[in-house]
Design a binder for this molecule. Structure first.
Ligand code: ADE
Ligand code: ZN
Length: 314
């Protein structure tokens, strides 16, 4: 069955060869020797590395090509539909939101025209940004509607910023009122309270990660009851959050009836593919083919495209 990927960052999906090429082209030093490029000690250094990556990408053609190649890789992984998070704050050194979105959409359009994966954009705010920054991005989205830009996201380090639900509530309310779908990274670097804030203050349609909701049985029951999808990234959590797979609550989430989807977060940095991630999840959860097909359907149902497109994907 073709898969949908709902939680993947463009910044963390660019192949190493492309990064090294660009570093050479623009004469940029690597932050570490190439063989240790993907060594991180936690989310903070991981996010700083995304800034470095985006600083390497400068021309419209470079970025259009990266977006196109992204779609090709999705197709090779049998991903028919992807919603791709792009956070303009990582790109601020060389890119306005206008140019950034135009180049990515252009690469996605060219790929779709050739029958490659259908890729859409989620524009994202960093948790450490201000409420005004978030509103500026939402205003841009309202003024620049495009069928390939399907939603608003928030990512980054929830702890570095403290509890920020109220800071971003107004921007998310504005997006919702304008019919823009929303998602939030929560319950990764925050505990269950971060997931609650995303639901109650940001009023999001779905949650990225959300795994730490498993620490609160009442919240788990609520997620199941309200049918909120959690876009879980197992390998990412094992690198950045849980020291052992035995501590990961994936089975607990599924047993509670939560709508869990399978995703890769930052595949190039984490050395995963959709194929390897699905195999790892299937093995951990002892999935049959039927269980895997049900998970693939859950992702399509949770997507932000229109109902007609969902029917085609099913
Ligand atoms: N941006 C890219 N990957 C992320 C993650 N795992 N958590 C928060 N922000 C991110
Ligand atoms: Zn993420």
């Amino acid at each position: 069955m073709p898969k949908a990927e709902l939680h993947i960052h463009l910044e963390g999906s660019i192949p190493t060869a492309t990064l090294l090429n660009l570093a050479g082209k623009y004469d940029v030093d690597l932050p570490r020797p190439a063989e240790r490029l993907y060594e991180f000690d936690g989310l903070k250094s991981f996010l700083a590395f995304l800034d470095w990556i985006c600083g390497l990408i400068r021309s419209d053609d470079d970025l259009e090509g990266i977006a196109y190649e992204f779609a090709r890789t999705m197709s090779e992984q049998r991903v028919a539909y992807a919603e791709v998070i792009v956070n303009p704050s990582h790109w601020r050194k060389h890119w306005t939101v206008d140019r950034l979105a135009a180049s990515i959409v252009s690469g996605f359009e060219r790929a779709a025209g050739e029958g490659l994966a259908d890729c859409r954009l989620l524009l994202s705010i960093l948790r450490t940004q201000s409420g005004e920054d978030a509103e500026t991005l939402v205003d841009w989205m309202i003024a620049n509607r495009n069928p390939r830009i399907v939603g608003l996201s928030i990512d980054g380090n929830e702890q570095a910023a403290g509890r920020t639900g109220t800071r971003f509530a107004q921007a998310f309310a504005k997006a919702k009122a304008a019919g823009i779908a929303t998602t939030a990274h929560a319950g990764e670097s925050s505990g269950p309270e971060g997931v609650r804030d995303a639901l109650d203050l940001l009023r999001v349609n779905r949650i990225d990660h959300g795994v730490r909701a498993a620490e609160d049985p009442e919240l788990l029951a609520r997620l199941a009851r309200e049918g909120i999808a959690l876009n879980v990234c197992l390998t990412s959590n094992l690198v950045l959050l849980y020291p052992s797979i035995d501590l990961h609550p994936l089975r607990k989430l599924l047993e509670a009836g939560v709508r869990v989807t399978v995703n890769t977060d930052d595949p190039a940095l984490l050395d995963v593919t959709q194929g390897s991630e699905w195999a790892k999840v299937a093995s951990l959860c002892e999935w049959t083919r039927r269980d895997a097909a049900a998970a693939a359907r859950r992702a399509i149902d949770a997507a932000f495209c229109d109902e007609g497109r969902k029917r085609e994907l099913h």
